[in-house]
Ligand binder design. Sequence first.
Ligand SMILES: Nc1ncnc2c1ncn2[C@@H]1O[C@H](COP(=O)(O)OP(=O)(O)OP(=O)(O)O)[C@@H](O)[C@H]1O
Ligand SMILES: [Mg+2]
Length: 253
Amino acid sequence: MLETILSVHDVSVRFGGVMAVNHVSFDVRRGEVFTLIGPNGAGKTTMFNLISRIYEPTSGHITFEDTTITDLQPHSIAALGIARTFQNIELFEHATVLQNLLIGHHAHRRAGFWSELFFTPAAQRSELEARLRAEEVIELLDLQHHRNSLVAGLPYGTKPKLLLLDEPSSGLNPEETDSMAWWINDIRSELGITVLMVEHDMSLVSRVSDRVLAMNQGEVLAQGTPVEVQSHPGVIQAYLGTSDDVESLRRAA
Ligand SMILES: Nc1ncnc2c1ncn2[C@@H]1O[C@H](COP(=O)(O)OP(=O)(O)OP(=O)(O)O)[C@@H](O)[C@H]1O
Ligand SMILES: [Mg+2]
């Protein structure tokens, strides 16, 4: 549990005059759910784009297992076992589709214990349906260009080791958000996939995260358990007057 899977070393990226990420360091441990929080524009998605190699850091480096990934081309990232979802793909039914993509074997379970045991035609059909549905959505939403990173988790493909989820609750109603929490816990506990998440919904953050890192204006404000970070004065200050996040922060803490 204490082994580091991803290590961000003093990473910065500048866009013109804006330090979108400013000397950020953190370690994600194998098997945990690690969540980045922070007000709009804090640099959370930029951090994901640095890990995915969509952006080149101005300074610093990132290691995944024993590989310095900041030396690699973006297409090599999925092959190492890093998969991600993208912010604001609202039509994308994360829970259903990603479940199909990543944990297709759960489709067997829905067909029932006995059919799972014997892999009956019903279980085979439900597996096939799950896969077809995933394919349909990829096509519908024109996610072909993200295909490799998403399909890295197909049941018969390579299971990702690290999953990056950018605001998985965005566009979901409370009931769906609740399912999302279960789903994230399942991914971690049943499949042993490490999750690095960006999330605004503080109740979801509290329910699934082992540790939380708060950012503001590109910099790290605080790191610790969900309760520690949500009650940190600097974090509360950063959220003040920015949105209704501060209310959900107070409720969750
Ligand atoms: N490609 C880019 N070119 C110029 N500026 C950028 C680029 N990408 C990000 N930025 C800037 O970097 C800062 C951080 O943006 P980022 O998208 O990482 O924020 P965020 O924490 O994900 O916010 P949100 O919660 O709204 O999604 C912002 O000021 C943003 O405008
Ligand atoms: Mg973002």
